[in-house]
Design a protein around this ligand. Sequence first.
Ligand code: KIV
Ligand code: ZN
Length: 529
Amino acid sequence: MTQRPIDSNTIRIFDTTLRDGEQSPGASMNTTEKLEVANLLAELGVDIIEAGFPISSDGDFEAVKTIAEKIEGPTICGLARALPADIDRCWEAIQANPKPRIHTFIATSQIHLEKKLRKSPEEVARYAEEAVKRAREYCDDVEFSTEDAARTDRDYICEVIERAIAAGATTINIPDTVGYSNPWEFGSLIEHVFDKVSNVHQAVISVHCHNDMGLAVANSLAAIRAGARQVECTINGIGERAGNASLEEIVMNLATRSEFFGFRTGIRTEKIYRASRLVSNLTGIVVQPNKAIVGANAFAHEAGIHQDGVIKEKSTYEIMTPESVGWRGTSMVMGKHSGRHAFTDRVKELGFDLSPQQIEAAFADFKDLADRKKDVFDEDLEAICLRAQELEEIPDVEVYKLENLETIATLKGMPKATITLTKGGEILEGSAEGDGPVDAACKAIKQITGTASRLEDYRIAAITGGTDAQGNITLTVAEDDFRAVGRASGPDIIVASARAYIQALNSLESKKKVAVRTDKAESLLGKQP
Ligand code: KIV
Ligand code: ZN
């Protein structure tokens, strides 16, 4: 194997949880939630946060802009196709940050050129050059990606990369967009780029691997061995289809086997578990119990021989300590006799920074839960804190509030729900039948509110084990071009579902109102270019 010139022994961690991760089915987050994730990513020590794809929607633009304005430390990056309008919009969103990056991309594989772009190889290479040049007019830090690189002709990819670097790209990203490659082939592709691209040392080589065949992390590590110095990844490996390479797995491979890889990252590994929990809570995407590093079983020893070994000497079966990734397992922390002081301390230890009003609301919620549920776990407290944080985001419309809910679940006949809502001072009541009590409750709310929206996605996950566990509901409603997410948790999944649905409908109304206001302003001021 050819010896690669290694300019540094640090690997840059490029986190795309808020862009590619958010492309996971049903994973959409609102601006406040994205900002919370971005804050934690900055604390975690990632080098670059890809905050979103600004031209894709007004919501994405707003989120990227807010993150660029509020987060300092990591580079803040926005995605743009190799088109002038995308690049301009991206710059508009990120320019407020002291370290902005424009990430522009175009597909280079034969199949994408022929079937998707319907452009010749020369046309695509010119799009790449033009896009990079335009981005460089705004910003010194420009990343260019050759989408579907793993299925691209090797001579052609080298030509496009060389031209993109000559046009000013400072990072070249080589994605395995469809998770097609394997470590031997992908490593050799990176070597080939180092061998054939004459100006390759003027840019950082990056990789971005998808997990369609379960090889995203292995392919990323092979690329690092072949000379890549930036890896793109997401918390919990979430992302399009089977997801992206998981940040925690790449980082812990490099940390645990540092004598083998010889590289370091700037990640504060003890914050990994907290980041995993936050992303899982906000997206509603559950982490599988046997997931490496952050799964519930990642540090559990079941077999007697293993337990015996661990009691005698932990390193017999533990290659890294749970503490090194901030893993705390599921522990019973409090009960109904716990006081406000202990509660506030524990909330802080869990990484939440709540305002006095939020603490007030969270403590009342905790007392209520402790009355109904014998054991209160850290995971329950996380759900309570997230609920309290959401309370301050009351949308700017006259909101519906859930006052009462009664349901009948029966083996004979249809389940039925009767709901009372208030809007302003008005009391609104309705009942409906459904396939199950959740369906009946949602139908009753739909009938009362008269919403024209449709329920696009509904997910439920148990926060801890046991029949008294809280359920975490995440759902999405959509109407025309508007989409809103509702999230709620609690020991009664029918009540939590109703709350999540109402929250989503309130948020949808608020989005529609903002859009009307913007249209009015534009008709007065003239549409912005
Ligand atoms: O998978 C991919 O190719 C991407 C690019 C936009 C980098 O997400
Ligand atoms: Zn991707």
